[in-house]
Ligand binder design. Structure first.
Ligand SMILES: [Mn+2]
Length: 367
């Protein structure tokens, strides 16, 4: 089989139509139907319409959007599994200038995280449920499926660029790992640009090594060097910047520093370091809680005193002038969460800020 037919088969096994990644019977049916009508002209026979669309992927040159509706790696306040459906709708219905190929959502079993945490009997049972074949060799947990999908995608289409919508931040573990592996194979020198209120640099959390608070730790050794990880907007941490930089070798720009020095100066310093290291391409992972809770209250761990969207947009725009952004994700938008008491617009404001940044990232993927 050619690479494309292997990928096409895996898309049919691993993915489902856009918006269907959260497994429900009736919940949000109207919202799903409205997205499907927008995408396919009808909310009937959606699987057939989506599969027909998939056959055109090879010839399409636009960035590819993937939804990963998993929030099993989070756990403070859940609900980021609804991010992909709501963010897509906002991008389509709002005044955003974006054009992309929507490949669909990873099929998510919401009880699972990664196959390495499962025993053989559970894997067999889930293979039977997912693939109607207990002997199937395929993965069953959302992060494991995402990683194998991305590996196949990058192998088949080294030039295509993926924009993923999470999900809690653990979904960036397979996305970034697979991206870094593909770039290593292509001989491209890349760096990670990470916006977040939190460092995500735990080694493990309650015995689990891959989760929303620890995913960065486990991709650092796949970078050209550990100092090619740059974190922006950090402010909620039990340790100071020096601790994290000395322990893990990363670069951090805390929010107060971005406010004091100005976003332009932070961007200039980052560009200088990236150039000095011969970096050619960037992956941008954006946790919506990097933004102040005023702009991003519909998220699992909202934090005050954060970045405003303009600061984030400026830093990304400056980086874009000097480097190709060849992979990106937007994670942790949990549209049903209302965490800001003063304001009834948590969902709307968070989706608006997330869409504005996603619009820039998706457009940057076309450079
Ligand atoms: Mn995060």
């Amino acid at each position: 089989m050619t690479n494309w037919s292997v990928l096409e088969t895996k898309i049919k096994q691993y993915l489902c139509p856009p918006g269907n990644g959260v497994f429900t019977v009736n919940t949000a049916q109207e919202r799903k139907a409205s997205l499907h009508t927008h995408l396919y002209g009808s909310s009937e026979n959606v699987v057939e319409s989506w599969q027909a669309q998939i056959t055109k992927l090879a010839d399409d040159t636009r960035p590819v959007v993937l939804g990963v509706c998993s929030d099993t790696g989070g756990g403070i306040l859940r609900g980021a599994n609804w991010g992909p459906l709501f963010l897509r709708q906002t991008l389509l219905n709002g005044n955003y200038d974006v054009d992309y190929f929507d490949v669909g959502d990873i099929r998510v079993n919401p009880h699972l995280l990664h196959d390495k945490y499962l025993n053989d009997a559970t894997i067999t049972n889930c293979r039977k449920a997912f693939y109607q074949d207990p002997q199937s060799p395929l993965p069953v947990s959302p992060l494991s499926i995402t990683e194998d999908f991305c590996d196949e995608f990058h192998k088949t289409f080294p030039e295509k660029r993926l924009f993923a919508i999470g999900g809690d931040h653990s979904v960036s573990y397979p996305l970034v790992r697979s991206y870094l592996r593909a770039k290593k194979d292509q001989g491209k020198k890349v760096a990670l640009i990470h916006f977040d209120a939190h460092t995500d640099l735990l080694v493990e959390r309650l015995g689990i090594d891959i989760c929303f608070g620890s995913w960065v730790t486990h991709i650092l050794d796949d970078l050209p060097s550990r100092d090619m990880a740059f974190q922006f907007g950090i402010r909620s941490s039990g340790r100071d910047r020096g601790h994290w930089e000395e322990t893990f070798g990363v670069n951090q720009f805390w929010t107060h520093e971005i406010n004091e020095r100005g976003a332009q100066s932070i961007a200039d310093e980052t560009i200088g370091k990236l150039k000095a290291n011969g970096i050619e391409e960037l992956y941008v992972s954006f946790d919506i809680d990097a933004l102040d809770a005023h702009f991003a209250a519909a998220t699992g761990t909202p934090e005050p005193d954060g970045l405003n969207p303009d600061q984030a947009l400026l830093i990304i725009s400056e980086l874009r002038k000097h480097f190709k952004i060849t992979g990106a994700d937007m994670v942790e938008i949990a549209p049903f969460l209302k965490t800001n008491d003063d304001d009834g617009n948590d969902q709307q404001k968070t989706l608006a800020a997330g869409s504005q940044i996603s619009e820039l990232l998706i457009n940057a993927l076309t450079d």
